[in-house]
Ligand binder design. Sequence first.
Ligand SMILES: [Zn+2]
Length: 224
Amino acid sequence: MFSLKPGNCVSFGWPKTEYQRADFFNWGLSINHINMSAVWSRRGIIQAGLIGAAGLTSLLTAWIILQSKIRRLPVVQFPDPVLRQTAQPIDTIDDNIMHLAKQMIATLKVRALPDFLMKASLPRGLSAPQIGVSKRLTVCGLHGELKVLVNPTIVEKSGSYQNREYCLSLPTYPTHTIQRSEYIRLQYLDLQSRPQTLVAARNSAGLLEHEIDHLNGILYIDRV
Ligand SMILES: [Zn+2]
């Protein structure tokens, strides 16, 4: 545990005198022989490091919010009718769709900021109807990276998984356990119009099913 120099502490081995034995059994080591100033200075360094890390995190948070304020969009709230529409397929991935995807990523980063900062990933998703655009476009954090899914379609699914869910469009509603597929295979287009296949399991599969539900006008509360 401690890596002090030999002169600063004694008795990490078996205590030799009666006095040391009493201390050993009381504290697990002869703590009275440790140069505590060395320990405190080490703690001071750790504390300073933690304070520095907290400061950096705050600065990063402020920076992300500042950057994202330029492009982020308000999330449509239930019971807005757009959340109940079947979204339209995207025929052409043009500049408007690219811009929309960027805005959705910025919006998701701000709305799921704690996850983004703590895990450097976003185990959350946002679909275009949630920002008032009835198109089949979803952005989500998956397998440690942000993905943009155009016209996603589940082509295979199996098993069942109890997934804990909430929704940015229903912020006042409680988290519910929803029965989802344990495994899904999904096809979609990326932003370069290339067909892609994605395999997801358990909570990742649940996240994708939640987002594709949004494209079909279905909300998680419908599945409680
Ligand atoms: Zn949702």
